[in-house]
Design a protein around this ligand. Structure first.
Ligand code: ADP
Ligand code: MG
Ligand code: MG
Length: 211
């Protein structure tokens, strides 16, 4: 498999930002149903700031790129998703350490660390109707893929597929964390916006990896 370098990571992050902009209205709509209608704006603002930072101070390692994303999301996104995604990217950056090129197993370590950061910060578990319902199956699928010897791009594609399915399963769930939990049973029947944005980001990262 092709090595995944700092440039590849930056390209993937830009692809993620593009997808968030393209799906901004969809994320707003999902959050209007079970939240406060700002998830699309929050994510779009955050990732536009990320692209601006990547442009003005290009990072020199994959970890530095992910750290930049984490700090930028935490400082530019007001909603719950900013600190949660921010923590995920910071933890993923720490997991990478000085690694210059990502392979399948390094990627699994980063994804897992990111998910554990969200869990530590938000205390949600699988089934609570949050981004964890996309992240957790993504980590499991990534692990299985890496264990079979797959490279970074294939591992990411497996993670993205599983995140997509996981996000769809949130539709029938009753929310137990975040604003949507205020609705109780009425939160069922709508996909969780954060689970959807997680699936969108992983799909964009995976597609960038295939290019
Ligand atoms: P806010 O709810 O502050 O308006 P956003 O709308 O940007 O923030 O993000 C909402 C998303 O954040 C939810 O759809 C859910 O996926 C995620 N989320 C909220 N609380 C938690 C939590 N405790 N753990 C994990 N994810 C959470
Ligand atoms: Mg919201
Ligand atoms: Mg809000």
């Amino acid at each position: 498999p092709m090595p995944c370098t700092t440039q590849d990571v930056i390209a993937a992050l830009c692809a993620g930002a593009k997808t968030i902009t393209e799906h901004r209205d969809e994320l707003v709509r999902l959050d209007r149903s079970i939240g406060d209608a700002d998830h699309g704006e929050n994510m779009d603002r955050g990732f536009r700031a990320v692209v601006a930072q990547l442009d003005s101070a290009p990072p020199e390692t994959p970890a530095a790129a992910l750290k930049l994303v984490g700090t930028t999301l935490i400082s530019s996104v007001g909603g719950a998703s900013g600190p949660l995604y921010g923590t995920a990217f910071l933890r993923a950056a720490s997991a990478l350490g000085e690694t210059a090129e990502l392979d399948g197993s390094v990627l699994v370590g980063a994804l897992q660390a990111g998910m554990e950061g969200v869990e530590a910060r938000g205390k949600a578990v699988t089934g609570d109707k949050t981004m964890i319902d996309a992240l957790s199956p993504a980590v499991e699928a990534a692990k299985a893929s890496a264990e079979s010897g797959a490279g970074a791009a294939t591992v990411l594609a497996a993670a993205a597929d599983a995140a997509h399915t996981g996000a769809e399963t949130t539709e029938s769930l009753v929310a137990r964390k975040g604003r949507a939990s205020y609705l109780g049973e009425r939160s069922a029947g709508h996909v969780d916006p954060g689970a959807r944005s997680t699936a969108l980001l992983l799909a964009a990262f995976a597609e960038a990896g295939e290019a």
